[in-house]
Design a protein. Sequence first.
Length: 41
Amino acid sequence: MPKNQTELRQWLGLANYLHKYTKDYAGLIQPMSSLLKKDVA
């Protein structure tokens, strides 16, 4: 589990690379990628 923003970016990069093997990728990844937005507390 990613512990900071850098690790989250790395994890999302790997997940994006492997997305073709994941059913409903966009629905699964959206909550995590929204954490990278600037106004999220």
